[in-house]
Write a protein that binds this ligand. Structure first.
Ligand SMILES: [Zn+2]
Length: 281
């Protein structure tokens, strides 16, 4: 947690900081957003009490609407009907499986749309607002199982509320920086603030921990939905071979390809019985 770094870098008065840190964390609570599942993701999370899940999901829905409107104006929304039907069909199978991790998710206002873009990308905003970019489909040529692996991973970020958790850290750190700024001088504060935002929003959109959690929950969602969870391994191998002048944003910030593939091999084998049991039914 980056508060530690800020403490060691610029704290001149430890007792003052201790009091301030306590006041910051008074606005946080420890929550478990999801059940552990067969993959056993059970890390407790610190969430700000200043922004509820409901408020965060409402804001995300507003942002999603804007993205769709912008894409629509440019003629980049759901251009290929067959593609749209394909991703929606996969999502319709994945969504009921979210119940294994959290009871409320099947009642979210799920939306799935395809945006025309060369970027190899897909995301799921808080509350279940999904976008798949045509660049991902064109460049990776994923099988349905592989596409389910991508979508399962992104859905897992939403189930774990990783964005709200990240935001909670910013809130906590922002308040601390404000207080430190008053105590230690504006220049130190400004420097720390810019480092912090660079780290959070540019260098590390999701932490490696978040990525690993999303990978593990993603393979279980896929397996429970009748998709071969081992497709996550081949997907990431394909992703690694993409190359090009600019690696996809999510590749540059995700765990190294080798360690990710090793982890996915272990966890896709663990959830394989769920997939096989579904096939026998
Ligand atoms: Zn991710």
């Amino acid at each position: 947690m980056q508060l530690q770094t800020i403490h060691s870098n610029c704290c001149r008065s430890r007792s003052l900081i201790a009091v301030l840190a306590l006041s910051v964390f008074a606005g946080c609570q420890t929550v478990r957003t999801t059940e552990g599942g067969l993959v056993g993701v059970d890390r407790p999370q610190r969430m700000s009490t200043l922004v509820s899940s409901e408020k965060f999901n409402r804001d995300a829905a507003g942002a999603y609407k804007k993205v769709l409107e912008d894409a629509s104006k440019k003629g980049q929304l759901n251009v290929d009907g067959g593609q749209v039907e394909r991703v929606r069909r996969i999502a319709r199978r994945l969504v009921p499986s979210t119940a294994a991790f959290r009871g409320d998710a099947t009642g979210w206002g799920w939306e799935i749309n395809v945006i025309t873009s060369n970027d190899v990308n897909a995301w799921c905003m808080p509350g279940g607002k999904i976008a798949v970019y045509t660049g991902l489909i064109a460049k990776l040529k994923p099988t349905d199982d592989e596409l389910a692996a991508v979508m399962g991973h992104e859905i897992a970020h939403a189930l774990r509320e990783h964005s709200r958790e990240q935001y909670s850290q910013v809130v906590a750190q922002g308040i601390l920086i404000d207080i430190l700024g008053a105590a230690a001088g504006a220049s130190a504060s400004a420097q720390n603030a810019s480092q912090l935002f660079l780290e959070l929003f540019v260098n590390r959109p999701h932490s490696r921990t978040d990525e690993t959690e999303a990978d593990r929950i993603g393979v279980e969602l896929a397996a429970r939905s009748g998709f071969d969870p081992r497709a996550a391994v081949t997907l990431w191998q394909k992703m690694g071979k993409l190359g090009g002048d600019k690696p996809p944003e999510w590749l540059s910030t995700h765990p190294s390809e080798q360690s990710r593939v090793r982890d996915l091999q272990v966890y896709s084998e663990r959830v394989l019985p769920l997939y096989e049991a579904g096939r026998k039914r």
